[in-house]
Design a protein around this ligand. Structure first.
Ligand code: C2E
Ligand code: CA
Ligand code: CA
Length: 437
């Protein structure tokens, strides 16, 4: 009998905190839902995700982390009434079920009490720690009529709390649920988009500042779907990155841009180059350099005329294998350009040691020129000087006015890309543009 009890505890309770675990909470929630169906009450499902718990573990060690979790468990338990349940749901996540609520204001009192838990420090080995949490709330029956949906929607609200700056409590809303549904539908369509030929590329000319002649293009991905119409890259590319679909889509982009580039070259007798964007996710693929190499030889394009654009966060990524892959790609003959330079955080020492060929000044600085912002001008001037002294070429993008163009040109910016000269265009439009010249 003793060992049976022990097994039961192991199956339904968390060993560290003694709280019910996920299975137990789900079971209790299902029971509460059944009971509430008959009395028209509400149930609150509260997801609590600690914001900075990892730093406690990292700086103080795991046993300190365990102490915090135990203190957390008892503080959270003290917020509840007898019939409610708080469970440890995962590493630093807790889930609460608050049943038998008559109106939403009563639930608000409880969530306020939960948020107050984080106003006081936790003390570990005589050191005081402030820990905050992102809390998301779903309410039965509005946000779901079964445990799975309720927990999922509480999680969605938590995600919203996190992305809005953490340390807050957010109730699930219809907009939030619709956003997620829309994202889910987009994601599902994206899985079929390559096979259905829904992707295509636009090309935006880049010009030489001095002569205004076209010297290259940036390939920009476009997606047109029957149901959703044109979907903006800043909407679908993050999804493609999160799902890993960017790997296969990115290879398609690479191949298509190379093929198109050969056509541009055959029309235009002068030197040209083609820039292609590459996500960090693509550089996590061990064989990315081989795959690029294969495409280059299949299409028969000169790798010296190709350039990949990566964002700062990729170049300055801590993962040594990402850097190695960039070097592999570079040794195939391609140039490497840093996109949106100045926007994120740049490591000057990395600029010195890493073989970068060019950098693209972030559009925000360029747009600052027209508003006569001394600071933007000073930053652009400094970026250009820095690049020059390191022998790195400078491209300005998002150039929309003559004033911006002249400032950049006079300060030594080599290349320009922007609506003032050319917008991103279909391949056929570029072809007629090149023939006209
Ligand atoms: P990005 O690489 O910074 O691309 C430049 C963006 O600026 C493009 O937006 C372009 O249309 C826009 N642009 C160009 N000139 C101007 C201008 O004068 N004014 C303004 N306001 N905007 C200008 P787009 O095409 O919407 O692409 C958005 C982002 O999506 C890109 O930013 C890039 O990060 C990503 N992206 C696009 N194609 C690909 C791709 O094939 N692979 C990957 N991984 N990312 C891509
Ligand atoms: Ca780019
Ligand atoms: Ca950019």
């Amino acid at each position: 009998e003793e060992s049976e009890k022990k097994l039961y505890r192991m199956a339904y309770y968390d060993a560290l905190t003694g709280l019910p675990n996920k299975e137990m909470l789900t079971y209790s929630l299902n029971c509460a839902i059944e009971a509430t169906k008959r009395n028209a009450g509400l149930i609150g499902v509260i997801y609590i995700d600690l914001d900075n718990f990892k730093s406690v573990n990292d700086t103080m060690g795991h046993s300190a982390g365990d102490t915090v979790l135990k203190q957390m468990a008892s503080r959270l338990s003290s917020c509840l009434r007898g019939e409610d349940t708080v469970s440890r749901f995962g590493g630093d996540e807790f889930l609460m079920m608050v049943g038998n609520i008559k109106n939403p204001d009563d639930l608000k009192i409880i969530t306020d009490r939960i948020m107050a838990v984080f106003k006081h420090p936790f003390s570990v080995q005589d050191i005081e720690y402030f820990i905050t949490a992102s809390v998301g709330v779903a309410v039965y029956p509005y946000d779901g009529e079964d445990s799975e949906t309720l927990i999922k929607n509480a999680d969605i609200a938590t995600y919203s709390a996190k992305s809005n700056g953490k340390n807050m409590c957010v109730y699930c809303t219809t907009d939030m649920k619709n956003d997620i549904m829309q994202k889910l539908r987009l994601t599902n369509s994206m899985y079929r988009a390559l096979d259905r030929n829904e992707f295509f590329l636009n090309y935006q000319p880049q010009i030489k500042a001095e002569t205004k002649e076209i010297i290259g293009f940036e390939a920009l991905l476009r997606w047109r779907n029957n149901e959703f119409g044109m979907i903006r890259p800043d909407v679908f590319i993050p999804i493609a990155e999160q799902t890993g679909l960017i790997r296969s889509i990115g290879l398609w982009v690479f191949k298509t841009a190379c093929e198109q580039f050969k056509i541009f070259e055959s029309i235009f007798s002068k030197e040209l180059c083609m820039s292609i964007n590459l996500s960090l996710e693509q550089l996590k693929d061990n064989n990315i350099a081989d795959k690029i190499h294969r495409i280059i030889s299949e299409v028969g394009v000169d790798p010296n005329k190709l350039e990949i654009e990566i964002t700062e966060s990729t170049v300055f990524n801590e993962d040594p294998s990402v850097l190695q892959r960039l070097k592999d790609i570079k040794s195939l003959g391609l140039s490497i350009s840093i996109d949106d330079f100045g926007k994120g955080y740049s490591s000057m020492s990395r600029l010195k040691t890493f073989p970068i060929d060019s950098l693209k000044i972030d559009m925000d600085f360029v747009h600052g020129i027209s508003s006569k912002s001394q600071k933007d001008q000073a930053l652009i001037y400094s970026i250009i000087q820095l690049a020059k002294s390191l022998n790195i070429a400078v491209v300005a993008e998002g150039v929309e006015t003559e004033e911006q163009f002249i400032y950049l040109k006079e300060n030594g910016c080599d290349m320009i890309q922007g609506y003032y000269f050319y917008k991103p265009m279909a391949a056929s439009d570029i072809e007629s543009l090149l023939t006209r010249d």
